[in-house]
Design a protein around this ligand. Sequence first.
Ligand SMILES: [Zn+2]
Length: 175
Amino acid sequence: MSEYRVGIGWDVHRLAAGRPLILGGVTVASEFGLEGHSDADVLSHAITDAILGGAALGDIGMHFPDTDPRWKDCDSLEFLRHAQKLVEALGFRVVNVDSTVILERPKLKDYREAIRQRLAETLNLALDRVSVKFKTAEKVGPVGEGRSAEAQAVVSLHKLGSGPFHESVFPNPTA
Ligand SMILES: [Zn+2]
């Protein structure tokens, strides 16, 4: 019997002038960026929580506390890589990632492929296993008023050796 897991992640950061807007490791040209202790990459944070959640390994704040100077202005792709290592140590392999960024502006569609590619490279996944979607909040609420950005993610994990999806189905160049 194959063992699959599903993890869910959500995150929010305030928008502020003079901060970079980094989504999935890609810098987006914008007047406003995201505030936070790390680089405030709201999308990478949501995906990190989804990966951890699938293996019931707690949340991003537990593994990367914002009181720790090591994570100040840190590249959030490091969180993703670390979360993936933790679940792999338990025998899980990330199968796919689906995600949504909710941001009023700028429009993000021109960044979709760059973001998917950066996430796929970071997680050693084929591009067709990484989905990134964009929504606005229709000018309603803090996101709609341009005060914050949110991201949601779902990740599925497969337990290696638990069934017909042999690991060779998921080639991992670094394994
Ligand atoms: Zn965050």
